[in-house]
Write a protein that binds this ligand. Structure first.
Ligand code: AMP
Ligand code: MG
Length: 274
């Protein structure tokens, strides 16, 4: 891992038990990167490296990478997937969005649908929202009792540990945007007919609970950033900084995993193709 990668990770990673306050983290932080144009082309190059590493992961076929994206509406979860994984071969990637649980999902415990969507060996799985909604929206909107929610932090840590011990590396990214930036992005969705489909009047409702969500994020970060599955708080007001930071961490993590092409079970010289 390079010095730069190390310092980027150190800046955004939440240490286990760290007392995090999102209000003290600058969503516009861009100190680790140079100017926008150069950073964007560096990110495009990282996306290609991620693809090459993904090819090795797929060939090796024994481990998986799970990337969890959380963040409020308009925080850029879709944009991150589009920009960081746009060079990755579709064969080895799955993207799963988690919305309001269906009737069938509600008939099970909250981790049921999540476990079913976890990436198979050799692949990268991306969660657009995740089981963390069960300690975010469900907490803020009182959809579950405080007692149930309180138990979930430990349950989630145990669940993620189970995944890690069975061959899945986990990276968690909270896309941190400011309330002003969200206002601009929501306004864009209202103004641009091509973005109307992304606008949901319920998003305005969530916006009125902004402070409660920030508090719920703080608790989630403090209780669920573990040595085996760390949280990263990504400054996300600037899309190019967001993409560059996440691409850097994904690439560095895959490099650390160092997947290997399997050795052939036959002698390459033993065959002639007529
Ligand atoms: P979007 O990501 O914009 O498609 O919206 C998905 C919606 O589903 C968000 O408003 C989430 O808060 C909501 N959602 C996701 N998981 C849950 C859950 N466990 N309970 C209630 N709402 C959820
Ligand atoms: Mg939405």
């Amino acid at each position: 891992m390079t010095e730069l990668e190390r310092s980027i990770i150190a800046r955004v990673r939440v240490e286990p038990g760290e007392n995090v306050s999102l209000r003290e983290r600058d969503p516009r932080d861009s100190r680790l990167f140079g100017e926008e144009k150069g950073t964007k082309s560096a990110t495009a190059a990282l996306a290609k490296e991620i693809d090459a590493l993904q090819d090795r992961l797929y060939a090796e076929g024994s481990r998986a990478l799970l990337v969890i994206l959380q963040g409020t509406d308009t925080s850029g979860k879709d944009g991150t997937i589009r920009n960081v994984f746009n060079a990755t071969g579709p064969l080895g990637v799955s993207v799963t969005p988690f919305g309001v649980p269906s009737k069938a999902e509600q008939a099970h415990d909250y981790l049921w649908r999540v476990h079913a969507a976890c990436p198979r060996r050799g692949t990268i799985g991306i969660f657009n929202r995740s089981h963390y909604e069960s300690v975010l929206v469900e907490k803020v909107r009182n959809l579950s009792s405080p007692e149930l929610i309180e138990q979930r932090y430990d349950q989630i840590n145990a669940f993620e540990k189970h995944l890690v011990e069975n061959g899945t590396t986990i990276l968690k990214f909270l896309l941190h945007i400011s309330k002003d930036e969200q206002k601009e992005r929501l306004q864009e969705r209202l103004n641009d007919p091509r973005k109307h489909w992304k606008f949901n009047p319920g998003d305005l409702d969530d916006r009125t609970h902004w402070d409660e969500y920030q508090d719920a994020y703080d608790i989630m970060l403090q209780r669920c950033s573990t040595p085996h599955a760390p949280w990263h708080v990504i400054p996300a007001d600037r899309k190019w900084v967001r993409n560059a930071t996440i691409a850097t961490i994904v690439k560095a993590t895959l490099e650390e995993m160092d997947p290997q092409y399997p050795k052939a079970q036959w002698k390459p010289g033993a065959f002639t193709i007529s």
